[in-house]
Design a protein around this ligand. Structure first.
Ligand code: FUB
Length: 376
């Protein structure tokens, strides 16, 4: 999560300068051509195209973010955060992201009608919760839908909870306590072909992952590491058969560079920040995540669900808004990325979820998506 200094800069239009610079180059080249003797009927140089959004918000009546999409029973279900204006001043730990409930969205096709199924879980019904319901995820197993969520407990420490329902849209009933041994934010559940489910989680800075560097919670650990240290990795644990507890130890996911060395903390355009997501493609495991203060969605590939993963590239360039968070699914033979930006509000804590197609090259590598495009 963010620090306020950076989020303010971002509100002023981070993400746009590169596009505007590109447009300026086109404009320069056109004007230099115009100095040569052009025929009177030649086409005038077009004015610089203004960047616009690649795709549209999926819903407009509420603010939504951090979309975790899944296909259950042939329908797409999206489990987003529900952003609200809570009137809480911005701080370095993201206190203004003070969400209090979840809504589930669904649609039968990409581009089709999106249904908002209303409140699926309210913070007041989570016995151990203090504040800030952040990015959730969901899974279906044993005839039950499981909703995984991060929220600060009454001591202001982020923990992960689980809630269950017989319907993908809830209502969900939260377990009485957080998942034992869980911490930090942004849970993501992945179930492999052998039926084993894994829970990935973690986020630095306001997501508190750095406070667990010794294995015990320590609120005095600084958000930033020394640049030459291996960057903090996300965490993963196998889930028990009942999906409500860890079946093994929590381990750190290793993300390596092209030489097999761990990514360093100073490598801010590649190192893990928050919002991890695991998907499988042609037998390989793709772990993707946000780089936080450099605002990229990037990915790394490995041979096992628990890693190590080798960094491969950028999935999406910066969106409008400080945070960037995504999920990836296959639906009817195509791959899609769900993400968010701040098109509707222009405010970094009031976001809207979107979807666009994810394209791969023949070798399985992912083409970089530009979320802002030049208007026609
Ligand atoms: O929505 C709150 C937080 O913002 C999420 O947990 C992060 O991934 C970031 O998107």
């Amino acid at each position: 999560m963010l620090v306020s200094r950076l989020s303010k800069a971002h509100l002023l239009g981070f993400g746009l300068p590169l596009l505007l610079a590109g447009a300026a180059c086109q404009s320069n080249s056109s004007s230099s051509e115009a100095t040569t003797a052009a025929p009177a009927d030649s086409t005038q140089a077009a004015p610089a195209a203004k960047p616009t959004f690649l795709s549209k918000p999926l819903v407009r009546d509420i603010y939504t973010a951090d979309p975790s999409a899944h296909v259950f029973g042939g329908r797409i279900y999206i489990y987003p955060s529900h952003d609200i204006e809570a009137g809480i001043p911005e701080d370095d730990n993201g206190a203004h992201f003070a969400m209090r409930d979840y809504h589930v969205l669904s649609m039968d096709s990409v581009g089709g009608k999106v249904t908002d199924h209303g409140v699926a879980l309210d913070i007041k019904d989570i016995p151990w919760a203090g504040r800030q319901l952040w990015a959730p995820d969901a899974e279906f197993k044993n005839g039950t839908y499981y909703l995984y969520f991060p929220v600060k407990d009454k001591q202001d420490v982020f923990r992960l909870g689980v809630a269950t329902s017989t319907s993908p849209t809830g209502p969900f009933k939260a377990d009485a306590k957080p998942i034992a041994g869980s911490y930090s934010i942004d849970p993501n559940v992945f179930t492999d072909a052998d039926g084993q489910s894994y829970l990935y989680f973690g986020g630095i800075w306001g997501g508190q992952l750095q406070r667990w560097r010794s294995g015990q919670y320590d609120s005095t650990v600084a958000p930033n590491q020394a640049p030459q240290e291996p960057a903090y990795g996300p965490r993963v644990a196998r889930l028990s058969k009942d999906m409500r507890s860890f079946a093994g130890p929590v381990t750190e996911v290793k993300i390596l560079d092209e030489n097999g060395k761990p990514l360093l903390a100073g490598d801010t355009k590649r190192r893990f920040f928050e919002g991890g997501w695991l998907h499988k493609y042609q037998g390989k495991y793709y772990y993707s995540y946000s780089t936080g203060d450099t605002h990229l969605l990037v990915y790394a590939v490995g041979d096992k669900p628990t890693g190590p993963f080798t960094y491969k590239g950028v999935i999406m360039n910066p969106v409008q808004g400080w945070t960037t968070h995504h999920s990836i699914i296959e639906f009817k033979g195509k791959w899609y990325i769900f993400y968010h930006d701040t098109e509707l509000s222009g405010k970094t804590h009031l976001r809207n979820v979107k979807v666009t197609e994810l394209k791969r090259r023949p070798d399985g590598s992912i083409e970089t998506i530009e979320p802002m495009v030049a208007a026609q």
